[in-house]
Design a protein around this ligand. Structure first.
Ligand code: 1GP
Length: 245
């Protein structure tokens, strides 16, 4: 049952930090997505996340997940922004509660509505505290979150500690897709002290120096999306992975 979680654990025994590549099926067509996933696998990424804040076409997403399963051997993990992001065919799902949302729908109601489908589709649920950092991003707006200011490290750590007490296995510090600034290494350091599970950091990571600093601060998993979608910037992905091993 804990297949994917165990796989990730195993990888993190030999690597300091690993990379998940995010594919948003609303932004990239299927053929480009498959190329991107294959190239990411060859570059040394550890999983493909499929999802985004504003999924409207589930059929397209199901097709994409099927094609990814046919073409690559990396785990495919759903990253839903709402119940529309829960589809069959993937290996696992970031089963997330948006802890700093001001709308209970995103904290527990969507999760309850989606849970039976997750069971039926046999998706491994990876229990995740999703925490939005900073403001002005789609993720913050859609999730009705009150973003934690970038410099309020202790606040983020308090949420991470709450996640630990809830028994959640993953904490995802999310600056938001295309964020101007990524989460700071100082915040990651403070959160790392409070939370000993899988620490995911994403949003606005677009070069190896940022990636290395986040890795040194204690991030286990970096999520890279826009960098690859916009420029198919594989060289930079390879460099990032090389710098954070
Ligand atoms: C967004 O954290 C992810 O949910 C990735 O962000 O698209 O900015 O890489 P980017």
């Amino acid at each position: 049952m804990n297949n994917i979680e165990n796989k990730l654990k195993k990888q993190l025994k030999s690597k300091k930090t690993i990379v998940f590549v995010l594919i948003d099926s609303e932004n990239v067509d299927i053929n480009t997505s498959i190329d991107l996933a294959q190239n990411s696998e060859n570059a040394g990424a550890s999983a493909i996340l499929v999802g985004g804040s504003s999924i409207i076409d589930q059929l397209e997403m199901i097709k994409l997940v099927q094609e990814l399963k046919n073409n690559i051997s990396l785990p495919i993990i759903l990253f839903p922004g709402n119940i529309t992001g829960v589809i069959p065919g993937a290996d696992a799902i970031l089963f997330s509660s948006l802890l700093n949302s001001e709308n209970p729908y995103f904290i527990s109601k969507a999760q309850a509505l989606a849970a039976p489908a997750i069971l039926k589709f046999n998706l491994e649920p990876l229990s995740t505290a999703y925490i939005i950092i900073g403001s002005g991003t789609t993720a913050e707006f859609v999730g009705s979150a009150k973003g934690i200011p970038f410099e309020k490290h202790k606040l983020a750590a308090s949420y991470a500690l709450a996640a630990k007490f809830f028994g959640m296995k993953f904490v995802y510090l999310e600056a938001g897709s295309r964020a101007h600034n990524s989460v700071t290494p100082e915040m990651v350091k403070t959160v790392r002290k409070a939370f000993d599970g899988f620490l995911i950091v994403g949003g606005g990571i677009n070069n190896h120096i940022t990636a290395k600093n986040l890795s040194d601060a204690g991030a286990d998993i970096l999520v890279i999306g826009t960098l690859l979608e916009q420029k198919n910037n594989l060289k930079m992905l390879k460099k990032i992975i090389q710098y954070i091993q």
